[in-house]
Design a protein around this ligand. Structure first.
Ligand code: NAP
Length: 263
C-alpha cells in the first residue's frame, strides 16, 4: 500500500470510528456492553477502579474511580488527548447495599450516591458540551427495575436508580434538539457481581438475565432512539404494572419481598 493510501486510511479511521467510554467495564453489564461495542467497531475505553487486569478483552481498560475528581480528570484528559472526543458515554458503574438503612454504614451509603448519582451527572456534564458542538452523541444510563418504585431494604439504591431514570428521561427531552440521544436501560435481576457486592440474595423466583442479553437490549434500544428500555418481558410487566396499584401497597409488597430473613 502506498503512503497516500495509508494516510487516507488513517484519516478515514479517525473520521469514521466512533469512540465510546463505558464506566464499570471490569465486570457484568459494563463489560458485556464494552465487548459488544468493540465488536461493532467502536474504539472503546472501558473504565473501573480495577483498571487493566489480566485476561483477554477486546477493548482498552483505563483506571477510573468515578467518585474521585482527580481520577475523573486524569482519565478524561487521557481520552481527550488521544481521541479528542467521546461519541457514546455509558454511565454504567454502580452498586447497591442490602439491609436496614440505619444499620448500613454511612460511608458506604454516601459512596453509593456518589457512584450511582453524582458521577453520572459529573461525566455527562463533562462530555455533553462536545457532543452538542458536534451535533451528535449518545448517552446510555444504567437505571433498574428498582427505579419504578421504592424498595425497602435497598431503599437508598432504589432511590438512586429512580434518580438515574428521571435524569435520563428529562435530559433526553432537553438535548433531542441538538441531535443527542439519551436512553435509560432498566434491567431486572442480572447475573453479575452485583448481588455479591450488595450482600443481597435473589428476591425473585425468576431466573436472572445474562449481562450479555441486557447489554444487547440497551444498545439496541439506544440505536432505535428509545429513551427508556426495560430488559425482559416479565420485568417490563412488573415495572409498568406498579402504576395501576396504590403506591403504598406497592412499597409494602416490595418490603415483604426484601425483608431480611424472608425467602
Ligand atoms: N445486576 C443486576 O441485577 C442489576 C439490575 C439492575 C441494574 N443494575 C445496574 O447495572 C450497573 C452495572 O452493575 P452490574 O450488575 O454489572 O454489577 P457489577 O458486576 O458489580 O459491576 C459494577 C461495575 O462498577 C464498577 N464500579 C463500582 N464502583 C466504582 C467506582 N467507584 N468507580 C468506578 N467504577 C466502579 C465496578 O468495577 P471496580 O470494582 O473495578 O471499580 C464494576 O466494573 C449498575 O449501575 C447497577 O446498578 C444491575
Amino acid at each position: 500500500m502506498g503512503i497516500g493510501a495509508v494516510v487516507r486510511r488513517r484519516v478515514m479511521t479517525k473520521i469514521k470510528v466512533k469512540i465510546a467510554l463505558v464506566t464499570g467495564a471490569s465486570s457484568g453489564i459494563g463489560e458485556a456492553t464494552a465487548e459488544r461495542l468493540a465488536k461493532a467497531g467502536y474504539k472503546v475505553y472501558g473504565t473501573s477502579r480495577r483498571g487493566a487486569q489480566a485476561g483477554k478483552r477486546s477493548f482498552e481498560m483505563l483506571p477510573l474511580d468515578v467518585t474521585s475528581d482527580e481520577s475523573v480528570e486524569a482519565a478524561v484528559s487521557e481520552v481527550m488527548r488521544i481521541d479528542g472526543r467521546i461519541d457514546l458515554l455509558v454511565n454504567n458503574a454502580g452498586f447497591g447495599a442490602y439491609g436496614e438503612f440505619h444499620k448500613t454504614r454511612l460511608d458506604r451509603i454516601v459512596e453509593m450516591t456518589q457512584v450511582n448519582v453524582t458521577a453520572v451527572v459529573h461525566l455527562t456534564h463533562l462530555f455533553l458540551p462536545g457532543m452538542i458542538a458536534r451535533g451528535s452523541g449518545d448517552i446510555l444510563i444504567l437505571a433498574s427495575t428498582a427505579s419504578f418504585q421504592p424498595v425497602p431494604y435497598i431503599t437508598v439504591y432504589a432511590a438512586t436508580k429512580s434518580f438515574d431514570l428521571s435524569f435520563a428521561e428529562g435530559l433526553a427531552e432537553e438535548v433531542r434538539q441538538y441531535g443527542i440521544r439519551v436512553c435509560a436501560l432498566c434491567p431486572g435481576s442480572t447475573e453479575t457481581e452485583f448481588h455479591e457486592v450488595a450482600g443481597q440474595r435473589q428476591h425473585t423466583k425468576r431466573s436472572p438475565e445474562t449481562a450479555k442479553k441486557v447489554a444487547h437490549v440497551g444498545l439496541t434500544a439506544m440505536a432505535a432512539g428509545k429513551t427508556v428500555v426495560i430488559s425482559g418481558f416479565s420485568n417490563w410487566l412488573g415495572a409498568e404494572g406498579v402504576r395501576f396499584v396504590p403506591r403504598r401497597l406497592v412499597t409494602r409488597i416490595a418490603g415483604g419481598m426484601f425483608r431480611p430473613g424472608t425467602k
